[in-house]
Ligand binder design. Structure first.
Ligand SMILES: Cc1cc2nc3c(=O)[nH]c(=O)nc-3n(C[C@H](O)[C@H](O)[C@H](O)COP(=O)(O)O)c2cc1C
Length: 258
């Protein structure tokens, strides 16, 4: 059967319209589910870096949520001053989006992590169990080799000893820079010291193998074949621990902890 050109174009347009309505409908219909999955993902990352959950534990969404609600207290802070920012809704705050907005971010001082803008407010987390503070969790990000790495750094209540680190989003090469999310490498971090005796950020991902936590507290093994990513991790961790990152918040925390 022969069809006219007009018929073929009209038929193709109708197919496109039906398909686009289906895609748009699915996107809108699944939005709540996507948001819930995003929240669950953040909860898992935070619990993992806190050392309260094994990444492969296979807990259900309800179990993750229960553990999170029981032991993690998110709170928004003003990055420049470190003071609380109670107007921010911590459950829905999107730091990456805020970092791009004119009214919600500011130009970053020059830095080795290629961070161009900083959000006015940041959500940090207290780890609290049985009413006792067990640690602090800080979001971290910065440039590696191919792009930005996003993660969390957890500190012990002394705000100096590292409790854990995790990177959940990056574009580094699997097997090279991508080893930032290898549990064996992440296991080298707990117990190391983020700051030296004078309170300056000192933790370094060195080229080569570091000593034990006791003998070499400021250094972590470099990722083999990935010196650039390793340097990127040093830069970004030091940036966020420094005066232009969480310095003001950590100073306030230390003052109140006496
Ligand atoms: C395909 C390809 C992917 C690479 N990916 C990474 C990477 O993710 N991170 C990194 O630091 N270096 C990566 N490198 C290596 C860097 O170009 C550079 O040689 C390396 O960082 C130097 O580290 P080394 O002194 O430990 O060898 C990659 C190289 C190639 C060819």
């Amino acid at each position: 059967m022969q069809h006219s050109t007009g018929y073929i174009i009209g038929f193709a347009a109708a197919v496109c319209l039906v398909a686009s309505l289906f895609v748009a409908g699915s996107a809108v219909g699944l939005k709540d589910l996507q948001e819930a999955n995003k929240r669950l993902d953040v909860q898992k990352k935070v619990l993992t870096v806190a050392g309260l959950m094994d990444a492969d534990a296979g807990l259900s969404a309800d179990e993750v949520n229960a553990l999170y609600t029981e032991s993690i207290q998110p709170k928004a802070i003003d990055l420049k001053t470190g003071a609380p920012a109670p107007s921010v809704d911590v459950a829905s705050y999107d730091q990456r989006k805020a970092t791009k907005g004119d009214g919600t971010s500011f130009v970053a001082p020059e830095n080795a992590s290629k961070i161009l803008r900083l959000p006015n407010e940041v959500v940090v987390f207290d780890i609290v169990q049985d009413g006792e503070l067990k640690g602090l969790i800080l979001p971290i990000e910065g440039y590696g080799l191919w792009g930005f790495l996003y993660g969390y750094l957890a500190l012990e209540p002394d705000a100096r000893t590292i409790r854990g680190i995790t990177f959940y989003d990056h574009g580094e090469t699997p097997g090279l820079g991508g080893e930032v999310d290898n549990p064996r490498w992440k296991a080298l971090w707990p117990g190391r010291l983020a700051f030296d005796d004078r309170g300056k950020p000192a933790i370094t991902v060195k080229k080569g193998i570091a000593g034990s936590v006791e003998n070499d507290p400021y250094q972590v093994d470099g990722l083999s074949g990935a010196t650039i990513t390793s340097r990127g991790v040093t830069n970004l961790v030091r940036f966020w621990l420094g005066d232009d990152g969480f310095g003001p918040y950590l100073d306030k925390y230390r003052e109140s902890a006496g």
